[in-house]
Ligand binder design. Structure first.
Ligand code: ACO
Length: 429
């Protein structure tokens, strides 16, 4: 029994609700028995006040603007660690020893190639397909190529599936890109690190030598790290919900990718850069700010606002520094999109509407600027987010499978439809 409890008075009866205390964050009212005892549901569209699971992976303090992976602040990991080490941390809970690190890096590196027949599968898509559309299909199809790691009840198979997904997602994302621009697929190169290998698969061509700039691969690695996990966001909850039925990991990750694509979630980085381009020049910013404030206009400033962060998004801080570094490195100063971005950020941060609603630039506001400078088309922004987040989805999925409290996710509803009525024959209507 929990040490603390709350009392609920309902229809003259009193119910005791246990209060669960997390290691960090607000207390949680345990309402699991409420329906059975009191015959009521709780109503929380968008899950704004609902904890859907117990988790030890990621912690966010939205008011303070803090993000930790397994207790380690994101700023420290972005500055001192690397994405592959962060993957280990998210999956296994602790930082690896040097031997563990080498073994893990080896395992990830040795799984980067995809089944050769998958090339044919790619070729079935139209060339102009969005790389996210291709990725949803191809990742879902992994369960048809790797049957030997689809049994969710087998711990070893779960482990193999996790490694395969982390290792192959960059290859799949790069193939989706190459296919969309009509260039040949580039095989992974295992002497390159994770981020450099991805850049090579995206930007090298057989006709020319391509050398990955270490500063750019470091910036790429940091983008991966900053997107690696974000507790129970929409796509992660989708992965957990899909997985709660016992669906195989490839199917679950494909579901996460589909959810991430939406412009209110991972699709915001593409939408944000397209918005900056549409604004075009600094003098048009006030017009767009006015539209964002207008309740009758559905337009929102893309890259601003967050469900949890009501202070600066800590990832955005690191991303902003990274953007400055990359632009400096590439000698980009007078880029019009960048000028609009900088001015928009300044104006929005001083505007009463944005201050009052606590709308700050989020991670997507700056990531698009870096990715564009690196040479990625906007259609690749969300696939890059998806490949980075795959480890988070997998870590959360594994945690859920290992949780004895795991049940199939099955929310209830507040039914406001028709009362019972009798069917009327077509001829009588
Ligand atoms: N521009 C203008 N107004 C906004 C914006 C915005 N970007 N974001 C929120 N608001 C307003 C809302 O209209 C609402 O106003 P109201 O209280 O007068 O009705 C208020 O601020 C609260 O916003 P909600 O939409 O209720 O907040 P919610 O938590 O549901 O949404 C979300 C968060 C989806 C991120 C929203 O801020 C948004 O759509 N932002 C733009 C898209 C974006 O950048 N998404 C990326 C999120 S980060 C990520 O996925 C990595």
């Amino acid at each position: 029994m929990a040490e603390k409890s709350a009392k609920l008075l309902l229809n003259d009866a009193e119910y005791e609700l246990p209060i669960l205390s997390p290691t960090q964050g607000p207390d949680v009212l345990d309402i699991r028995k409420l329906y059975g005892q009191a015959d009521v549901f709780t109503y929380d569209p968008g899950f704004t006040s609902t904890a859907s699971c117990e988790s030890t992976i990621t912690f966010i303090d939205g008011d303070k603007g803090e993000l930790w992976y397994r207790g380690y602040p994101i700023e420290q990991l972005a500055a001192k660690s690397c994405y592959v080490e962060v993957c280990y941390l998210l999956l296994y809970g602790e930082l690896p020893s040097p031997t563990q690190m080498e073994d893990f890096r080896n395992r990830v590196t040795r799984h980067t190639m995809v089944h050769e027949q998958m090339h044919n599968f790619f070729r079935g898509f139209r060339r102009d397909a969005h790389p996210m559309a291709t990725m949803v299909g191809v990742v879902g199809a992994m369960s048809a190529f790797y049957h030997d790691s689809t049994d969710v009840n087998d711990e070893w198979q779960r482990e193999v599936a996790a490694i395969r997904l982390i290792a192959k997602l960059p290859t799949i994302a790069a193939m989706a890109y190459k296919y969309s621009i009509g260039q040949p697929f580039v095989y992974p190169q295992n002497d390159l690190d994770y981020a450099a290998n991805f850049l090579n698969m995206c930007f090298s061509v057989p006709a020319e030598k391509y050398t990955v700039d270490p500063a750019l691969s470091r910036a790429m690695d940091r983008i991966f790290t900053l997107h690696a996990d974000h507790e129970q966001n929409a796509s992660t909850s989708t992965v957990r919900l899909a997985g709660s039925s016992g669906a195989n990991p490839f199917a679950c990750i494909a579901a996460g990718i589909a959810c991430l694509w939406g412009p209110a979630h991972g699709g915001a980085n593409q939408a944000c850069l397209e918005m900056l381009r549409e604004i075009g020049t600094v003098d048009r910013i006030p017009e767009f700010i006015a539209r964002a404030k207008d309740k009758s206009d559905p337009f929102k400033l893309m890259g601003f606002g967050h469900r949890v962060y009501k202070n600066f998004d800590p990832r955005a801080k690191v991303m902003k520094e990274s953007a400055d570094e990359v632009l400096d490195l590439l000698g980009i100063k007078d880029n019009p999109t960048l000028q609009v971005a900088k001015e928009l950020e300044k104006i929005a941060l001083e505007d009463e509407y944005f201050i009052e609603k606590k709308l700050y630039p989020n991670v997507d506001f700056y990531s698009g600027i870096i990715l564009e400078a690196m040479g990625f088309p906007t259609s690749m922004f969300t696939p890059i987010f998806a490949l980075s987040r795959t480890v988070g989805w997998i870590a959360q999925w594994k945690e859920m499978i290992g949780d004895p409290q795991n049940k199939i996710g099955r929310p209830r509803q507040l039914y406001v439809g028709a009362e019972r009525r009798d069917y009327v024959d077509l001829t009588a209507r």
